[in-house]
Design a protein around this ligand. Structure first.
Ligand code: CA
Length: 625
């Protein structure tokens, strides 16, 4: 409920009952109890001049609030169902100066002041750039990547301790561990990191993955501090790496402080008993879907321990928008990855994305849309002309259809609709997407089987996936450990997200130094590094168009090209035979080029009419005029 300040004040004291309650509870309390003020601070000079300040404390709604600061107005004081909350709406004029806002709380004769800081911005919103097709993201799960600080493995008073033997326990990886290995990530040729959530997950079990947040303003102490996170981003920037924050709007942990003392009933989706989502995104896209199916998809909970947040609640909606802007501004982030994009109410997602892009117009945000059909995934990308008029405002989506096609193509023999035809047909649907080159593409991630598992550890196949991933249209995301052919099944997340060898003191195998790796692992890692470092400077890959040819005689061929430059990619999907290319078939894209150089071997092909590709190999060629 929204009450103008003057009326609220009048209503509060006009009621004898309220007055006596006040008298009883505050005469003896003798102090005003403020446990939380969020956001932790804010900035002057933001495009959106309005700020919500959440104040939490025992019976804080009984306090009279005032604020005197030049060019800042307290416009609304909102009380809600739970008396322990106040939502203050403050208007910051363009000429307001940085400083401390003294927010005064008064109950009867008791008075207290909380200073709320308004900081100076480091740079304007337009100056924030983001991830593009020129980037490759290294996706890592912080608990499983490297343990750089053993002293934070176990934190007194936190729910889950350290147990590296338990696949679903906490293994001690942390921010320091990531810092220690930034040179490795950079030298491999990655240009950005997407780190699975680092915010506090003080849950009794399976808290390692980070998706059950219990405090939206605090880095989990087992990973480090807010300051450590800020420092990590600074270090990344010094090394030319971008940082993408993994954010969750759909749910939080059931031990979240505001879940334990709900501000309002409609803060979350409530049911008489635990009700799961049906996990069917297609219901949101299906013009003929029943309302019951759509409702269950969005309102049902993702997991028993993850209460389902309702962003349509204005106060929660504003809170979550500001929380993400706060982290972008505080840590100087380069992009966001939104978890479970289709699961919150879609109009809220659009409002959220629009608000973030209004502050940071050049920002990129990728939404996780886990579906195998381009017609469904593309519904959730900004600019799509959908049948129901919906526009998600989300610039990028995860290209799950392509991920499934990459593994499927490499694993199966070529046929009318199998093997590389899967790739062809998936990419043939690119017109579904308003901006396919802004899709985040991948071969595996923290939720689906690792490629080494899909390929039964066949390194030849892993190399093929690597070559495709780094040359197809889109922004590649690469899952930590794939470079050493790490295995992990999609149906056992604890194993899927196993520890990066070398990240823990005493590890006998070390992926960072290649110590103890097999010859095949070293070969794959070197190959990956080589393609990545070439990709860093390939204009046709960063900015070029994409043209593909129908697979023919086990050969699938595509080009990435600009007016002057061209990269030709040839996949021989035959399990045992070397194949010779029929150059005439590709004449329309080979015209003007005389020779080619292999990106991975430096081999020169002086005659484009005589290119042979070994079995189960992808050849990447820089064409030369
Ligand atoms: Ca640690």
């Amino acid at each position: 409920m929204k009450i103008p300040y003057s009326q609220k004040f009048f209503g509060l004291f006009a009621s004898v009952l309220t007055f006596s309650l006040l008298f009883c509870s505050w005469t003896y309390a003798q102090k005003i109890d403020i446990q939380r003020v969020e956001p932790l601070h804010w900035w002057v000079g933001m495009k959106n001049p309005d700020l919500q300040i959440l104040v939490y404390g025992k019976d804080i709604s009984q306090a009279r609030v005032s604020l005197a600061y030049p060019n800042v107005e307290l416009r609304e004081v909102i009380t809600v169902e739970n008396p322990n909350y106040l939502f203050l709406y403050v208007h910051i004029k363009p000429n307001a100066q940085a400083g401390m806002l003294p927010i005064k709380f008064k109950v009867g004769k008791i008075e207290t002041t909380r200073n709320f800081e308004l900081k100076q911005r480091v740079k304007a919103g337009e100056e924030y750039k983001s991830f593009t097709q020129a980037d490759v993201m290294y996706l890592l799960m912080p608990d499983r990547f490297a343990n750089g600080d053993k002293t934070n493995d176990q934190i007194a008073g936190m729910n889950q301790g350290y147990d590296r033997k338990d696949n679903y326990g906490r293994h001690g990886g942390d921010i320091k561990g990531i810092m220690n290995n930034l040179d490795y990530i950079k030298d491999m040729g990655f240009t950005s990191v997407w780190i699975n959530p680092l915010l506090e997950n003080d849950e009794p079990k399976e808290s390692y993955h980070g998706y059950a947040i219990t405090d939206f303003y605090r880095i989990d102490r087992r990973f480090g501090t807010n300051e450590d996170y800020k420092k990590l981003v600074e270090m990344c920037h010094q090394k030319g790496l971008k940082v993408i924050k993994d954010v969750v709007l759909n749910h939080c942990g059931d031990k979240h402080w505001f879940i334990l003392d709900l501000p309002m009933k409609n803060w979350i989706h409530q049911f008489a008993e635990y009700t799961r989502s049906n996990f069917r995104l297609a219901t949101l896209v299906d013009p003929n879907a029943s309302q019951a199916d759509r409702d269950l998809m969005v309102r049902g909970w993702f997991d028993k321990h993850m209460p389902d947040l309702d962003g349509r609640n204005q106060y929660l909606g504003d809170y979550l928008i500001q929380n993400n802007i706060w982290w972008i501004e505080y840590a100087q982030l380069d992009g966001l990855r939104l978890d479970t994009q289709p699961y919150p109410h879609k109009d809220y997602v659009a409002k959220w994305a629009k608000a973030i892009l209004a502050e940071y117009p050049n920002f990129n945000i990728v939404g996780e849309v886990w579906e195998d059909k381009p017609s469904v995934v593309s519904y959730f990308q900004k600019g799509k002309k959908n049948h129901d008029g919906y526009d998600s405002q989300m610039p990028s989506v995860t290209d799950f259809p392509l991920a499934f096609a990459i593994s499927g193509a490499i694993n199966d023999n070529d046929g009318w609709d199998s093997g590389s035809s899967k790739l062809y047909y998936t990419l043939a649907q690119d017109a579904q997407y308003p901006n396919p080159s802004n899709n985040v593409i991948f071969a595996d991630n923290h939720d689906i089987s690792r490629i080494a598992t899909n390929f039964n550890k066949d390194v030849k196949k892993s190399k093929m996936a690597t070559a495709l991933l780094f040359t197809l249209r889109g922004i590649p995301q690469y899952f930590y450990g794939a470079e050493i052919n790490m295995e992990g099944p999609g149906n056992d997340h604890g194993k899927l997200r196993s520890d990066m060898p070398g990240g823990w003191e005493g590890d006998e195998i070390n992926a960072f130094t290649q110590k103890g790796l097999t010859a095949e692992q070293t070969d794959l890692q070197n190959y990956t590094k080589r393609v990545l470092n070439w990709r860093k400077n390939s204009n046709p890959i960063h900015n070029g168009a994409f043209a593909q040819f129908l697979p023919n005689d086990n050969l699938y061929v595509y080009f990435r090209y600009t007016d002057r430059e061209s990269v030709m990619v040839i996949m021989n999907n035959n399990p045992s035979e070397e194949k010779k290319l029929d150059a005439n078939r590709y004449a329309e894209r080979l015209a003007g080029f005389k020779s080619a150089v292999s990106v991975t071997t430096d081999e020169t092909f002086a005659d484009l009419k005589n290119i042979k590709v070994p079995a189960k190999t992808v050849l990447i060629l820089d064409l030369k005029r």
